[in-house]
Design a protein around this ligand. Structure first.
Ligand SMILES: [Zn+2]
Length: 65
Protein backbone atom coordinates (compact mmCIF):
# COMPACT_ATOMS: atom_id res chain seq x y z
CA UNK A 1 0.00 0.00 0.00
CA UNK A 2 1.19 3.51 -0.75
CA UNK A 3 2.55 5.48 2.16
CA UNK A 4 0.22 8.28 3.28
CA UNK A 5 1.35 11.72 4.47
CA UNK A 6 -0.95 12.82 7.29
CA UNK A 7 1.32 14.79 9.63
CA UNK A 8 0.77 18.51 10.26
CA UNK A 9 4.51 19.02 9.75
CA UNK A 10 7.64 16.90 9.41
CA UNK A 11 9.25 15.75 12.64
CA UNK A 12 12.71 14.48 13.55
CA UNK A 13 11.99 11.06 12.04
CA UNK A 14 11.48 12.58 8.58
CA UNK A 15 14.87 12.57 6.90
CA UNK A 16 15.93 13.61 3.40
CA UNK A 17 16.10 10.60 1.06
CA UNK A 18 19.23 12.09 -0.48
CA UNK A 19 21.38 12.98 2.54
CA UNK A 20 19.55 12.11 5.76
CA UNK A 21 19.15 15.72 6.92
CA UNK A 22 15.88 16.97 8.39
CA UNK A 23 13.24 16.85 5.65
CA UNK A 24 11.15 19.95 4.93
CA UNK A 25 9.50 18.99 1.66
CA UNK A 26 7.39 15.88 1.08
CA UNK A 27 6.48 14.96 -2.46
CA UNK A 28 4.77 12.12 -4.24
CA UNK A 29 5.77 11.12 -7.74
CA UNK A 30 4.97 7.84 -9.49
CA UNK A 31 3.06 6.85 -6.36
CA UNK A 32 6.09 7.07 -4.12
CA UNK A 33 6.36 9.42 -1.16
CA UNK A 34 9.75 11.11 -0.92
CA UNK A 35 11.28 13.37 1.70
CA UNK A 36 13.63 16.21 0.90
CA UNK A 37 15.82 18.64 2.72
CA UNK A 38 15.54 22.15 1.27
CA UNK A 39 18.90 21.79 -0.46
CA UNK A 40 18.03 18.59 -2.31
CA UNK A 41 14.52 19.77 -3.08
CA UNK A 42 15.86 22.90 -4.80
CA UNK A 43 18.29 20.71 -6.69
CA UNK A 44 15.77 18.11 -7.82
CA UNK A 45 12.44 19.90 -8.13
CA UNK A 46 12.73 21.10 -11.72
CA UNK A 47 13.12 17.53 -12.93
CA UNK A 48 10.60 16.15 -10.50
CA UNK A 49 7.78 18.71 -10.51
CA UNK A 50 6.13 17.60 -13.79
CA UNK A 51 5.58 14.19 -12.17
CA UNK A 52 4.59 15.36 -8.69
CA UNK A 53 1.01 14.50 -7.80
CA UNK A 54 1.17 15.58 -4.16
CA UNK A 55 3.34 18.22 -2.54
CA UNK A 56 3.79 19.34 1.05
CA UNK A 57 6.28 22.17 1.29
CA UNK A 58 7.31 23.07 4.84
CA UNK A 59 10.42 25.00 3.88
CA UNK A 60 8.92 28.04 5.63
CA UNK A 61 9.62 26.22 8.92
CA UNK A 62 13.29 26.63 8.19
CA UNK A 63 12.90 30.37 7.98
CA UNK A 64 10.90 30.49 11.22
CA UNK A 65 13.61 28.67 13.14
ZN1 LIG B 1 19.21 16.28 1.38
Amino acid sequence: MDEVWDKPRPDATDRCDGCGAQAYVISRAFGTLMRWCVHHWRQGKEKLLPNVTELHDYSFLLEEA
